[in-house]
Design a protein around this ligand. Sequence first.
Ligand code: XIL
Length: 342
Amino acid sequence: AQSIPSLKDAFKKDFGIGTALNNAQIEERDPQTTAFIARQFNMATPENIMKSALIHPKWDTYNFEMADKLVEFGKKHNIKINGHTLIWHSQLPPFIRGIHSADSIRAFFTDHIKTVAGRYDGKVLSWDVVNEALNEDGTMRKSVFLQYLGEDFVTEAFRLAQQAAPKTELYYNDYNNEQPAKRAGCIALLKKVKDAGVRIDGVGIQGHWHLGKVPLKDIEESINQYAALGLKVMFTELDIEVLPRNFQGADVGQRMTANEQSNPYTAALPDSVQQQLAADYEALFKLFLKHKDKITRVTFWGVNDGDSWLNNWPIRGRTSYPLLFDRNNQPKPAFERVIALK
Ligand code: XIL
């Protein structure tokens, strides 16, 4: 729909506008979806396909098919790709569970980073080199990497990525790293990499927030503190959950009218929720604009509500409404309020 304003155009002078992409979108199974993505976004992060379980399924076997398609998709549609992610405790290949020696974990770690980052150097803009290495209190999170390689694994990952991908920007990415305790741990970690003389170009704040509870003050302090380290700051997986965390229903349930509940694909949320979502996104983008000199990218974790992982997390089979576009790619009030800031 050409009449819908374009986010990437509206914020062109401010920061990149990204989305997570999944297989169906990358394979261009629906031309209208492709056109919509190309019109709204100039950056993209693969939602799953570059994670180690998918790109490195067996000890000595890589599967680059979808990742290569993603790179082509980006080229064709002027969308810059952020690789996600090289080293993460989650979505690891199943063979990792059978490895019980430091040497073997190190062999996996080294080969994986060299092979994957090397292959896409000059083809992707950037990598989330390490994802989610921290606990909420700022200490290092338990993982197979921490267990066998020790705390220096983060610095080592960036060192290997720097060697394999000299033309690629290298980022650290995490959630809740705008919260003071986790942020302090994150800053210490980022400094450690820098102090080792290893290149790190930016830090990603995932931005999985909750309706009416977007921590604007912590976010602003974090933008300032991370930028003061000389790093690019970006919001990498933005969505605002409208459901209570423990909500079990298959739909937004109590919050919806009977008519809305009868149609699971409705864009309609109770007006109060829709308006709160709009207010939350407006406040957030106001803050982003205030700090546009420090922020390089804002990426949504999905194109529209139907794509969102929050339909299945933390409980499978929910119906959530966390993004700016509804299930038919129609703009929600939140979109209108964000666009109106420009
Ligand atoms: C999520 C995907 O959206 C889901 O499809 C998948 O099942 C699990 O991972 N933090 C991250 C992302 O860094 O990679 C996660 O993506 C969401 C939380």
